[in-house]
Every structure is written in C-alpha cells, then in structure tokens.
Write a protein that binds this ligand. Structure first.
Ligand code: SF4
Length: 346
C-alpha cells in the first residue's frame, strides 16, 4: 500500500498497554485522510452515550496519505474525539511538525483510551510505545513543557502537550504542538479530553517512511507545485493569515463586537498582518513540507514567540474592540502558554 504504513496504535492508559490495528488499501480508500479514519474510529470506539471527559472517550490523532511524502501543505494532522464543549463530534486540524513525526514513528495514527493513574507522558517512537512519568512537567505551560521534553528527547522530535487549562479540563483547552510556534488543535476542548486522561504530552519520532509508487515523478511534481505555491502564496509569506484583516473589514466579514458592528475602518489598520510586518514581526515559519511559511514569529517583551493568526487577531482584536497589536500578541502568547483556544477565548 502506498501513502500509509497500514498501522494504527491503540493505547490504553488505564492498563498501560498498547496494541495495533492493521488496515489495508480498501479501508484506506474508503475512509481516506486523517478526518475520515479518525471519524471511523471515533464511532468504533465510542457510543452516543460516551461522556467527553470519561476514560471511554477515545482521543484520536490521525494522519493522511500525503504526510511524509513532501507534497506541499501536507504537513498537517487531525485530532478527533467527542467534544466537552459541545458534547458531540470534534475534529480539529493542526499544522506544524507533530503529524510528520507521528507518521515517522511507523504508525499512521494513534488512538488513546482509558485514564492514567498519574500524570503520564506517552512516547511513540520507531514502532514502540512507552509510558513515562510526567509529574516533572505537570503544571508547566505548553512552551516550558515543550522545552523541557525537547531537552530530553532531542530537537528532531514531535511534541504535543497540554497546558494548565487542559490539566484542569477547561472546555476551551486545546492540544498544542511545536512549543513556541504554538500550532494548535484548538477548537472544541480536545486539551480537556487529554487532561481528563492524565496525559500531559506525547513525544513522537522515528525514521519510517510510507511507500510511494513513483518517487521520481512525485519529486518532479513537488518542485513544480512548490514554485507555484511560493509565487501565489507570497502575500501569506509576507503578512501571514492576518494580512486579510483589512479586506475582511471592507467586505463586512470581520467579527466586531460579536458581529453587532459592521465597520471598524480606521482601527483595523493597527492590527493587520501588514502592520505586524512593520512592527513586531521577527521571523516566519512553516508547517512541514510547506513553501508558503505563513506562521509568524513576533518579538514580545524580549521573547520571540508565535504571533497571532487571522482568527486570533479577529477574535481577541476586532471582536473585543482591541486595536493594540502588542496587547493582542501578548494575549495570544498567554493563551498559547496556558493551552487555551484563542478563538473561543475572544
Ligand atoms: S505554513 Fe501556513 S500555508 Fe503552509 S501548511 Fe502551514 S498553515 Fe498552511
């Protein structure tokens, strides 16, 4: 089978045991992608009566067939579970590098059930699952947790973790990836589900590569498409997703006072991606295999941290009538460190 390893790890935190689900190409074609497979396994592992914060609720990390192939913008993974915020289906898509490292571990996905007896760190590396004590990082924010784990497991590692909000099972808590870059499975409270399982973090890595039927042709296509994306995505590279703030305001598509107000013409100019580029922007970054590199790095109080995306700028900014870019960047960092979804917070 191409594009997949055909293996999904199932981890039972209560029993501190793991097993493997093997799937074939028919299954992969039927439920293609991280969202499709994640949804299939959510239905398989839960019932309509499963409570989101109960040990029975599966927390599922899944990847798609392109991840790991180098196909541009494929460096993403999906988290699927039952949401403590809505009580129903939750699918959250995140970029960064965690999905890539998960796939390199030799598994296409990870299904976590049960509840650990004490704060736990899960390792999934080179086809093996490990359970470690996480009491040393329990209580730490997401960026400090990432730094502490990277010091032990190395820089070239995928780390997903929760912050204090997830530990306390706040329904707005997300799962955060890549430390200061703060890529997030933000919506719907997946971080609270992780906290309810006493699972502080997952460390993933390895060198497994899924089969590709014609690597040479694919490599040619990738370099062709990378060039197109670089050209078409130049605005995103320069200004990030919040480069669209001004246009959204003009179109009446910017949340202002919970959509009660239609225009914010002058103020919005202070909180655009363009203004960020002129002021606090110190760099940019991209998800694995993406030539666009829309992620922002901003300098705040002497620290370089992930900057606000469009959604954050809109919800913590215009929606709350805040036109102070540095204040939004600080609030963004605080939410990311605590492990809270910036959109729901705004
Ligand atoms: S860097 Fe930006 S454009 Fe590229 S995959 Fe990530 S979110 Fe998408």
């Amino acid at each position: 089978m191409n594009g997949y390893h055909g293996r999904i790890a199932v981890v039972d935190l209560t029993a501190r045991a793991s097993r493997e689900i093997v799937f074939d190409e028919d299954f992969a074609r039927k439920y293609i992608g991280g969202s499709g497979m994640g949804t299939f396994f959510l239905l398989r592992f839960s019932t309509p009566k499963t409570l989101p914060l109960s040990p029975e609720n599966p927390l599922i990390f899944m990847t798609g067939p392109f991840l790991g192939s180098g196909i541009p913008t494929s460096g993403r993974h999906q988290v699927v579970t039952r949401s403590p915020l809505t009580g129903i289906f939750l699918e959250s898509d995140a970029g960064g590098s965690f999905g890539f490292h998960l796939k390199q571990s030799g598994f296409d996905g990870l299904i976590i059930i049960g509840k650990a007896g004490s704060p736990t760190l899960l390792t999934i590396k080179d086809g093996r699952i490990g359970f470690e004590d996480a009491s040393g990082v329990w209580g730490k924010d997401t960026m400090d947790t990432d730094a502490a784990l990277r010091a032990v497991y190395g820089k070239n590692t995928g780390i997903s973790c929760i912050g204090p909000a997830g530990e306390k099972m706040i329904p707005l808590a997300g799962i955060f990836h890549d430390g200061t870059d703060a890529r997030a499975s933000g919506r719907g409270g997946a971080g609270a589900v992780m906290g309810s399982k006493n699972l502080k973090a997952i460390v993933a890595g390895g060198s497994a590569v899924a089969a590709i039927s014609d690597r040479k042709t694919l490599t040619g296509l990738i370099s062709e498409k990378n060039a197109v994306l670089k050209e078409k995505g130049a605005g995103l590279n320069l200004y990030g997703t919040s480069g669209g703030m001004g246009l959204c305001e003009e179109l009446g598509d910017l949340p202002i006072r919970n959509w009660k107000q239609g225009s914010w013409k002058e103020e919005v100019k202070s909180i655009t991606g363009q203004r960020m580029a002129e002021t606090i922007l110190t760099g940019n970054y991209g998800c694995v295999a993406c030539p666009v590199r829309c992620g922002r790095v901003v300098g705040i109080d002497g620290r370089n941290v992930g900057g606000p995306e469009y959604e954050t700028m809109a919800m913590l900014g215009s929606n709350c009538l805040v036109d102070d870019l540095e204040a939004i960047a600080r609030a963004n960092e605080l939410c990311n460190r605590l492990g809270i979804d910036t959109i729901s917070t705004g």
